[in-house]
Design a protein around this ligand. Structure first.
Ligand code: C2E
Ligand code: MG
Ligand code: MG
Length: 671
């Protein structure tokens, strides 16, 4: 390769050592040659590279004293290169401020480790803060050590920003769910260990074990500190182990307790729906501002601010680390309610909101993030159920009675075997004459601990785990037996039919036809006095076995009713082709026309119901209205031709003895 070729690629690369020195490092060459007049040309090459390198470097002796430094280091530290000579690197780079760093640094100086790295925060003479990554490595076979320093400030700032974005909610600028749970976990974890997250024995053993690990931990430390710094700007951070002088007997200010206010705005959805999401967002941001004020300077806290986070939607949390007891949390909850009570002025709109707050306060020991959040969630639910716009304190007693779905699921099967269930009966009344025609059997669970449970709490579970088949069989037999008993006890009265709810699975997974036939034979009840209620979804698209079952039952003389009609998507004409004879109109239709309570009736609903009833009649179906609660509703239902009604206006579901009394009262011979 000759000179011409080299020049042809456009790079004026000199091809002898002297020329390279002259052209590129004139200044340094002078200095290096002064210092080492006898060194080899190879050594001179390295020295030159060292001085022109843009990586800030220094050669140290085994004591850590700077023997030589390049301009990049002088520039990075803002001292100039010459001032670095004979300085202790530890002083320049703040390597002595903590013992672990100091120790690891010395191990590298003594060649006890091949490499040491750490991240330091330095003060540049021009006033700015500098994040530097320092690496120290012994030069093999010499008594020199190479130090290099990289300015990672930009990277650090970028990381901190990204992290901030990931951990904050853009609408309210509050810490988000991620950050909240991180802090909660750290609070429970560090308090449990009794030390701060960056202190204690576990840290040192891992941190500097290898260069790579040290590097990783350095970053993690820095990011955590940066995140912490972003709180403290908002008054949210109390660093680990920083005392607050509370009289709790622990000098470190740790109380070993933690508290949480879990808050949900009442009726926020309506704001969003009626005024739009922009207004909704503004309201959330304004609420966030008030919550932060409460948490920062409510006057009740001696410890400074608490973490306020938006957990999602209209849910917020205030985390009180090192709480002093329930009174502190109660004060906080009260101040939050008071702060939110003042109306909000949002771009010309005046809005009032209220909130419900679940308050939990407990010892850190034995508390997990999940446990704490579940308790807070339950308590918030109580606050809502108790009437909203209030705070409620977690009550372990009340919680013990709250049955979990799991508890119910596991208790259900044995309960079916032990027959912990009872039936109540609700009259089905002729709309034209007010005479009771039949009753619907409604099951209740007399749970030994939880008391009487309504079917809405356990039928779904029973359907899921299949125990509905056994339970449904029991209901059917009991109801038929009861209907027969009334009939036998009141021979002069018009016999009542009994209407029994049947779950889909009973049609699919059991021999419903065989069971019904057997029960009717066993009890002596006429098939005409039995009605089975199935939901639309149970009969929709039914073909094959279910349809055959319905047909067989119908052929037997048993009536089939469609329960909660109108909540599904059934086609009335289609239903009429099935062996169905009764429609039970869902309560929501009837609720649509309350006449007599100052609420305007909805003519649309009434028109729909009227058309529905007419159509049903034309298709040969009778119609029963559910949830008839007022005489106004009853009058309208009667006028538009509804056949029977069921509801509190006539009677709540009652024990069988009460039905017997009703029969006796209307029976001609009073028997
Ligand atoms: P459903 O079959 O629609 O029963 C009517 C429900 O409405 C009953 O609730 C009844 O107490 C309630 N109700 C009656 N009148 C009124 C009123 O005027 N206003 C209002 N707001 N409600 C009224 P319950 O007893 O809690 O039963 C709930 C559901 O549980 C039943 O709805 C039924 O789907 C199911 N269920 C009840 N017993 C059984 C059963 O033995 N087997 C099966 N598979 N499901 C059952
Ligand atoms: Mg029913
Ligand atoms: Mg119903």
């Amino acid at each position: 390769m000759d000179r011409t070729e080299r020049h042809s690629v456009g790079r004026a690369v000199p091809d002898d050592d002297t020329e390279r020195h002259d052209r590129t490092t004139a200044e340094q060459t002078d200095r290096t040659e002064q210092r080492a007049p006898h060194e080899t040309s190879e050594a001179r090459d390295y020295r030159a590279a060292f001085h022109v390198s843009r990586l800030a470097m220094a050669l140290l002796d085994r004591e850590g004293t700077v023997l030589d430094a390049n301009d990049a280091l002088g520039e990075l530290l803002g001292t100039g290169t010459d001032a670095l000579a004979d300085q202790a690197a530890a002083d320049l780079l703040d390597l002595a401020s903590d013992t672990r760093t100091w120790h690891a640094y010395h191990e590298a100086l003594d060649s006890l480790r091949a490499r040491f790295r750490c991240t330091r925060r330095l003060k540049h003479p021009d006033g700015r803060t500098l994040w530097a990554e320092v690496a120290v490595a012994p030069v093999p076979d010499t008594d020199r050590v190479l130090l290099s320093v990289t300015d990672i400030s930009d990277r650090r700032e970028l990381q901190a920003r990204l992290r901030h974005l990931q951990q904050h909610d853009p609408v309210t600028r509050l810490p988000n769910r991620t950050l909240f749970f991180e802090r909660l976990a750290a609070a429970l974890d560090s308090s449990a260990r009794g030390d701060g997250p960056f202190e204690g024995g576990t840290y040192g053993s891992r941190t500097y074990a290898t260069g790579a690990a040290a590097y990783g931990t350095g970053i993690a430390y820095g990011v955590a500190s940066a995140a912490a710094a972003s709180y403290s700007a908002r008054g949210h951070d109390r660093g680990p182990g920083r005392g607050n002088g509370r009289g709790n007997g622990r000098v470190d200010g740790r109380t070993g307790r933690i508290g949480l206010c879990y808050l949900d705005l009442d009726g926020f959805k309506a704001v969003n729906d009626t005024l739009g999401h922009r207004t909704g967002d503004r309201l959330l941001a304004a609420v966030a501002g008030r919550l932060t004020e409460c948490a920062d300077h409510g006057g009740y806290t001696r410890s400074g601010g608490h973490l306020v986070a938006r957990l999602g939607g209209d849910e917020f949390a205030i985390l009180v680390e090192d709480s002093t007891g329930t009174e502190q949390l109660a004060d906080l909850a009260r101040s939050v309610l008071a702060a939110l009570q003042r109306p909000f002025d949002l771009a010309g709109q005046r809005l009032s909101v209220s909130a419900s707050i679940g308050v939990v306060e407990r010892t850190v020991e034995g508390t997990t993030p999940t446990g704490l959040m579940q308790a807070a969630d339950t308590t918030l639910y109580w606050a809502k159920a108790d009437g909203k716009a209030r705070w409620t304190l977690f009550d372990p007693e009340r919680n013990a009675h709250r049955m979990t779905r799991q508890a119910l699921t596991s208790a259900l099967r044995p309960a079916v075997e032990r027959e912990e269930f009872v039936l109540q009966y609700q009259p089905l009344v002729g709309m034209a004459d007010g005479i009771v025609r039949g009753v619907e059997a409604l099951v209740r669970w007399n749970h030994p601990q939880f008391g009487t449970l309504s079917p809405n709490r356990f039928i779904g579970i029973a359907e899921e785990d299949g125990s509905i088949v056994q339970l449904g069989g029991w209901v059917l037999r009991t109801a038929c037996r009861q209907a027969r008993r009334w009939q036998l006890d009141h021979p002069g009265a018009q016999p009542l039919f009994v209407s029994v709810n049947v779950a889909v699975r009973q049609v699919w997974d059991s021999d419903l036809v065989g069971d019904v036939a057997g029960i009717l034979a066993e009890t002596g009840l006429s098939p005409h006095l039995l009605q089975l209620e199935l939901t639309e979804s149970a009969v929709m698209g039914s073909a094959g076995r279910p349809l055959q079952a319905l047909q067989a039952l119908s052929d037997m003389g048993v009536r089939i009713a469609i329960d909660d009609f109108g909540t599904g998507y059934s086609n009335l004409a289609y239903l009429s082709r099935l062996p169905v004879s009764v429609l039970k109109l869902d309560g929501s239709f009837v609720r649509g026309f309350r006449y007599d309570e100052g609420v305007h009736p909805s003519p649309a609903d009434e028109t729909i119901v009227e058309a529905l009833i007419q159509l049903a009649h034309r298709l040969g179906l009778t119609v029963t209205a559910e949830c008839v609660e007022t005489s106004g509703q009853a009058a309208r239902l009667q006028r538009i031709g509804c056949d029977t009604g069921q509801g509190w206006l006539f009677s709540r579901p009652v024990a069988p003895e009460r039905i017997a009394e009703m029969i006796a009262a209307v029976s001609p011979n009073g028997a």
